[in-house]
Design a protein. Sequence first.
Length: 82
Amino acid sequence: VIVSEKGFEPSRLTLRAGVPVRLTFVRTTDATCATEVAIPSLNIERELPLNTPVTIELKPAKAGDISFACGMNMFSGTLVIQ
């Protein structure tokens, strides 16, 4: 997932319940507040250093939507679990 001036790209990801996944975020700009990513419902927060891949491993347990956002909640996205 690229973190640019436009926010998270893509901002909507479709995943399968029960299947482990690695999400890699790369912040490519200093022009926004998106210097971290938070997935509140999973108690995950990670700093996003400029131009440095940050990988988050998770295994969504059930179908539904999981929101993620920058630290100030100005840019957001959704993990769609099927």
